[in-house]
Design a protein around this ligand. Structure first.
Ligand code: BGC
Length: 586
């Protein structure tokens, strides 16, 4: 199956620049956009339940809070919400450590409330995507607790990866694998239990690619395979529209556990290679195909989106027509504020998705990375993962960061495919980079030996009103402290304020429905080195100025929306675009 790439048309854009390429889905897959399923073009709003809205005043966000904001989400113009794990969990990794996949964490509510949320969201015209975490469970999961108590050789242990250690008395881990969060990927069983699980005095270890509280499941065990299918059915039967699959490039491991000779030191790394012992192994795909068959049995347009950090050339494998519907494209998260970098990413992602009949998914931010309003205000090359260890306050230009973040939002929302927004992105929230170390909760902080700041700074409770104990998050203070600036950035402070970030998002999302979804084509326009410009088949032109100087705009009849209040007058139509600004034209 080949991508149909068309060169040329040679339409003039700006001063003497021409179209360089246009990308359309290959004919084999080209859908009729008017009847294409919602996820091909949907805007999905990510909810981190702990920090979205607190309905009962205990300082932790909950389902009641989410239900109370469905009107806000409908008015914002999103098509779906994706809710980070809401299952029973000790929250050692913010819920990515699940103790029971069929039960809602009591701090968030009940299964009945989850069902009510799904029904009400549907009444608001909003789909609901759940997060499924198949690579590992919590150490509190009944299976792991059973395994810890079970004698060596017992089938209960085979659901996880237990192995005797190396060296004298097994005192060394079974292999040199390191955890994504830092430190060894193996922990001794006797650190978790009083039970002496050792054979002939050789210590036993278990594998955890993330925190020690997150033991990895053994996907070669049929019971594991069956259990997850039952879990998917459990939520599909309750009306869930889709799943975001956590660590979709993990799951299957080389059961010989060969030494790797290198550290897995990035939070989530795509630096795999053929035959890697635990990332992106070929045996993942039969599992995914079974899930896809299962979803296809259900009515409605149910979908799966993969969190797969793999090499670009491997990504299409996950997107084959009988596998995932979509996979996140994370490249924008890592990109410097450079037109060329964004252009290359757009081109690669669009091509890769079109090759297999999927559509790209665009992401600027999520619960694992520094918020973009801060990221874009830092000098290129700043290691934002290491805060607060290096304390870069004086390097930060917050105003510039927000300006660029608003421009990036228009860049993202104008593109074909689906866009994933992270809660608070629509408010232009900054990263809370100076949280006191005593409140840090992310396991990354401890496991990295206090060298990485962790991800708490993008998980601070949302501000809904200008004042109050937690700026409207709940009746009382939230689980992480909010900075004062959250008052003026709150949803109610921005509502109805013409050029606020919230109103910019609302306008863009509504225009996107009108202009952006009737086709899946995008033409990349060559409009100068520091400028990224593209045109949709529907006539929408998006121009983003990444440079330091104003640039000339292409011919147009109307400015639909622009990213700065002071940048362009709506009428008369301006002919130039200031630095770090984006515009949609018709
Ligand atoms: C999630 C992280 C989580 C990790 C382990 C990632 O994909 O996005 O928040 O810590 O998986 O489950």
């Amino acid at each position: 199956m080949t991508l149909e790439t068309c060169i040329g048309g040679m339409a003039a854009v700006g001063a003497g620049h021409t179209i360089t390429f246009c990308t359309v889905p290959s004919e084999a897959f080209a859908p009729d956009p008017s009847s294409a399923p919602w996820w091909r073009r949907g805007v999905v709003y990510q909810i981190y339940p702990r920090s979205f809205a607190d309905g009962n005043g205990d300082g932790t966000g909950d389902i009641a809070g989410i239900r109370s904001k469905l009107g806000y989400l409908r008015d914002l113009g999103v098509d779906a919400i994706w809710i980070n794990p809401w299952y029973l969990s000790p929250l050692d990794d913010g819920g990515y450590d699940v103790a029971d996949y069929r039960q809602i964490e009591p701090r968030y509510g009940t299964t009945d409330e989850a069902e009510a949320l799904i029904t009400e969201a549907h009444e608001h015209g909003i789909k609901v995507i759940a997060d499924v975490v198949p690579n590992h469970t919590s150490y509190q999961h009944t299976w792991f607790q059973e395994a810890l108590q079970a004698p060596l050789g017992d089938p209960a242990r085979d659901r996880y990866h237990f192995r005797p250690g190396k060296g004298e008395n097994g005192s060394e881990p079974p292999s040199d694998w390191t955890s994504v969060f830092g430190g060894p990927a193996w922990s001794r069983v006797d650190t978790m239990t009083d039970v002496e699980a050792a054979a002939d005095g050789v210590a036993e270890w278990y594998l955890h690619l993330f925190a020690p509280q997150q033991p990895d499941l053994n996907w070669e065990n049929p019971e594991v395979v069956e259990e997850f299918e039952a879990v998917l059915r459990f939520w599909l039967d309750r009306g869930i529209d889709g799943f975001r699959v956590d660590v979709a490039h993990g799951l299957v491991k080389d059961m010989d556990y060969p030494d790797l000779g290198l550290a897995t030191d990035a939070l989530l790394t795509s630096a795999s290679f053929d035959g890697h012992p635990f990332w992106d192994r070929d045996d993942i795909h039969p599992i995914v195909r079974r899930w896809r068959n299962l979803l296809d049995e259900y009515d409605g347009e149910r979908m799966m989106v993969a969190e797969a950090w793999v090499r670009p050339e491997r990504l299409p494998l996950y997107l084959r027509p009988d596998e995932y519907h979509q996979s996140f494209n994370f490249d924008f998260l890592e990109a410097a504020w450079k037109a060329d970098d964004f252009r290359t990413i757009m081109e690669k992602a669009t091509t890769a998705a079109a090759e297999v009949g999927s559509t790209p998914t665009w992401v600027l931010s999520n619960h694992d990375v520094m918020r973009e309003a801060t990221r874009y205000g830092l000098p290129d090359g700043t290691d934002w993962r290491s805060w607060p260890a290096t304390g870069p306050a004086n390097l930060l230009d917050a105003e510039l960061g927000l300006r660029r973040a608003r421009a990036a939002a228009l860049l993202l929302l104008g593109l074909p495919g689906s866009a994933y927004l992270y809660q608070g992105e629509e408010l232009g929230l900054p990263e809370v980079w100076d949280l006191p170390v005593e409140v840090l909760d992310d396991p990354v902080w401890e496991q990295s030996g206090h060298t990485l700041k962790g991800r708490d700074g993008c998980r601070v409770p949302l501000p809904w009103s200008r004042s109050g104990a937690s700026y409207g998050f709940g009746e009382n203070e939230g689980w992480l402290p909010q900075p004062q600036v959250f008052g003026e950035l709150s949803a109610s402070s921005q509502t109805g304020i013409g050029q606020s970030t919230l109103e910019l998002f609302r306008k863009a999302l509504h225009l996107r429905r009108e202009f952006g979804t009737s086709d899946e084509t995008v033409e990349l326009l060559d409009a100068g080195d520091d400028v990224l410009a593209y045109r949709r088949g529907s006539g929408l032109i998006c121009v983003v100025n990444f440079g330091d100087e104003a640039v000339e705009l292409p011919d147009h009849t109307r400015v639909l929306v622009h990213s700065q209040s002071d940048a362009l007058a709506e009428a008369p139509i301006s002919s130039s675009l200031p630095p770090n600004t984006a515009v949609w034209l018709q």
